[in-house]
Write a protein that binds this ligand. Sequence first.
Ligand code: SAM
Length: 365
Amino acid sequence: MPAPIAGSAAPAGRARTLAQVYRHFGAVDAAGTSPLYERVALALSESDEALRAIETVPARKRHPTVVLAALHDLALAGRAPALATAYAAADGAAAAAAAIDTLLRMTDSVVAIAARRPPRANETGRCPVLYPAIADAARRVGAEAVGLIDVGCSAGLNLNVDRVGITYSNGQSLGDLSSPVQMSASIVGGRPVPAQPIPEVVARVGVDRDPVDVTDPDEARWLRACLWPDQPEPAARLEAELALAAAAPPVLLRGDAVEVLPDALASVPADVLPVVITTWALSQFPLESRLRFLHRLDEAATRRAVAWVSVEGVGVAPAIPTFGDRRASGHSIIGVAVFGHSDLRAEGVGRCWSRGSMLAWLAAA
Ligand SMILES: C[S@@+](CC[C@H](N)C(=O)[O-])C[C@H]1O[C@@H](n2cnc3c(N)ncnc32)[C@H](O)[C@@H]1O
């Protein structure tokens, strides 16, 4: 009998088998969104040989999102041409057959990729939420230049926030409207986002325990592989943002954020405002680390002002007020905090939904 797998939505009291997890992924998670992954996941769930191969992947990496990304990675690398052809043709039957064939022939490669690479979500498109919050933080301090430090940066795509163009549904626009990367977002409610620009950005630093170097072809390919093969729009957005990042890559510091943050802050010139950014990163930190992260910002502020812009689930960012919203409400809170010599001014400035593609600005602009 196949081993049970940890993961989402197990029936109460018993873990689901691999076959059940793959069937659920195909029939529920992928259905309606990715016809290719629906077919492939269901085919894997019905193949005893395929399930046995998946069982050789380390237990925490057996989830369909990881195994399918590993297969997609092989296709993108030219190592699984039949699978690549089936994906390109959006041929579900051929993709299902090729995925099983690739998995059985290249089990060791699938295991190695899945074991080595952390799954990555789609990390594009955060700028419509970040831009006005960073500009607002700089305005509060009167800063004429900022150094951006993205904590939990992954590939550091947020660090190009001032290099993209942004159009909002209320007619406002921000950033560089001639940039090859253009983003849009819907504004909820009647309040505009602040119109001031981000001042000059003189430093761009990414901090992550496992950063992605976008100039490394294998690492960039893994970001592509984590997208589903029949979703051209996210893929095109990722290509554009990767190209922008690769043209002027940020400094990446590898390590635990709490340990590395002092070095990151020290790399920002003394007369420049460091603006630390976190987007959907802090939920991966234990509560104690989140408090130590806050303490680090406070320590750095004995020497100069430090700002922190957060976009995190309700109640995840310590010290950021949440408008009384319930945790796990499905939206996130946009926070702006300024650490001065001995005080902290932290404010919730808005809410956002769908990873920032919809936002409500709530602070006075
Ligand atoms: C969910 S991803 C968010 C990535 C990106 N900020 C975004 O908006 O999509 C969380 C990131 O935080 C990083 N991370 C988790 N714990 C960390 C820690 N203690 N120190 C540094 N980075 C950490 C992970 O490696 C991962 O890249």
